[in-house]
Design a protein around this ligand. Structure first.
Ligand code: BGC
Length: 486
């Protein structure tokens, strides 16, 4: 029953999130194989602002210290990703498993558990083994890559599943497909519209890659359900990103349709097959025709065996959608929609942060949560949420550790979660992005999303105020022990 001011459940899980390539470094250590990000970050001319993850935050050597920080911040959970190429350096199902890589992640897991922190493990955060890209085109070979991903998932369940009970198959498959194969802004940087890309076809590749990601997810979950769930008793899901969209012109029904279509192109693309075992949204079929790969009856039967436990939501911001006029170009990936940060009246969607694409829009976060819960009906964990403060990239440490914008952002977004719970959504956890300032992909070491300041010269870490406050921000919004109705 909705109450006047819903609270977070007592057993609400919370903590901080990271990803392997953004923090680990140690790229040539411990038998790790190359990933597509190693290659991408070393292209000349640079496509990543001359930055790379060779050292990053040196978490590979400093994880104990980083986990001490988690303890100091009061986190009960920590989300990190495993680098596929540390576990299977060449990536494939017939390639050797690297025991040193297994040992490294065993240490991480054990060290978290010793501190009473629950590990949440992402299997794939964009770092495909380079060898698979070279061998058969990586994500472009739908049949091959899903078998290799399934095998990699099996190794992880077998070797870590006695202690890891929370699995996320993929992080943001949309970004992998679109940035990797449509705009070329992320590894492997393929695109037919980006001047810096020499290979790729924006009109077809993102859609093929999307199917490969969906089927890889499905294989890993079906495997977990069949062979591991009954003994390991864990949960498994996927983390999908996607902004919330409002119509640019509140009076124009075509803009209302455009908002919905924009979200279907982003989220429904993956969520329909993954959570509903259904075909892609109708609006995608309509616009893309046979460029959108079909699901065969076998694919559907696999999707049906891949029922997962939760919807992992990565949410940062919202935008306005204005309907495109005329036919969408063949390279369009957005659903023939213009994305804007101001509506027709010139009202901004939210308060500016330290990054041009990110404005704080907590009211729309509430709508987003409520919409997603209604559509897909799975308990939601927010697996990423956070921001850089205005001007933070230019600040010295002493200034940066004082981060009122981030504190307000966390407060407002946690309030939005409470309001969506009031709307009837089941929301079970929250991970702030990120534990540390880290490599922000093609933006290099500019934007600082961390609750911990990283000095990239000395690699010293310093907690920002928000890191120490998140615990209280959450505790204030928690009620009595949940009554089991969820
Ligand atoms: C990704 C993170 C990234 C963050 C901020 C998400 O898209 O999962 O790796 O650092 O957003 O851009």
């Amino acid at each position: 029953m909705a109450s006047a001011s819903a609270l977070l459940p007592r057993d609400f899980e919370w903590g901080f999130a990271t990803a392997a390539y953004q923090i680990e470094g140690g790229v040539n250590e411990g038998g790790r194989g190359k990933s597509i990000w190693d290659t991408f970050c070393h292209l000349e001319p640079s496509r990543t602002k001359n930055a790379n993850g060779d050292v990053a935050c040196d978490h590979y050597h400093r994880f104990e210290q980083d986990f001490d920080l988690l303890g100091q911040y009061g986190a009960g959970a920590y989300r990190f990703s495993i680098a596929w190429s540390r576990i299977i350096p060449l990536g494939g199902r017939n390639d050797p498993v690297n025991e040193e890589g297994i040992r490294f992640y065993n240490q991480l897991i054990d060290s978290l558990l010793a501190r009473g922190i629950t590990p949440w493990v992402t299997l794939y955060h964009w770092d495909l083994p380079q060898a698979l890209h070279d061998r058969y085109g990586g994500w472009l070979d739908v049949d091959e890559v899903q078998k290799d991903f399934e095998h990699y998932a099996r190794v992880c369940f077998e070797r870590f599943g006695d202690r890891v009970c929370n699995w996320i198959t993929l992080n943001e498959p949309w970004i992998q497909a679109v940035y990797g194969y449509a705009t070329g802004g992320n590894a492997p940087g393929r695109s037919s519209t980006n001047k810096q890309s020499t290979d790729g076809d924006t009109t077809t590749e993102p859609w093929i890659v999307g199917k490969a990601l969906i089927m890889s997810h499905a294989r890993a979950v079906a495997l977990y359900n069949k062979e591991f769930r009954h003994t390991q008793r864990g949960v498994i899901g996927v983390s999908l990103n996607g902004d919330y969209f409002e119509p640019w012109d509140a009076e124009d029904p075509q803009d209302a349709e455009a908002s919905e279509r924009r979200m279907e192109f982003h989220i429904g693309w993956f969520a329909n097959p993954i959570f509903l075992a259904k075909d892609y949204p109708t609006c995608m079929r309509k616009q893309l025709g046979d460029r959108l790969p079909e699901f065969t009856p076998d694919d559907f039967s696999l999707l049906a065996q891949a029922e997962c436990d939760f919807y992992g939501m990565n949410y940062y911001t919202a935008q306005f959608a204005k309907h495109g006029t005329g036919e969408a170009p063949l390279t369009d990936v957005l659903g023939n929609v213009e994305e804007l940060q101001h509506d027709k009246q010139g009202t901004p969607v939210g308060k500016e942060s330290g990054l041009h694409w990110l404005r704080s829009c907590p009211d729309l976060f509430r709508k987003h949560l409520t919409r997603i819960y209604k559509l897909y009906g799975k308990p939601i964990y927010i697996t990423e949420n956070g921001c850089p403060c205005p001007g933070e990239d230019k600040m010295v440490k002493e200034e940066a550790v004082n981060d009122p914008y981030r504190i307000q952002y966390f407060q407002d977004h946690l309030d939005a979660i409470c309001k969506s719970i009031e709307d009837g959504s089941v929301i079970k956890g929250y991970f702030a992005w990120s534990l540390l300032d880290n490599l922000e992909w093609s933006d290099g070491f500019g934007p600082r999303f961390g609750v911990t300041y990283t000095d990239y010269v000395t690699l010293e870490r310093t907690p920002k105020k928000s890191a120490l406050l998140l615990k209280d921000i959450i505790a204030k919004r928690q009620g009595p022990l949940s009554n089991g109705t969820h």
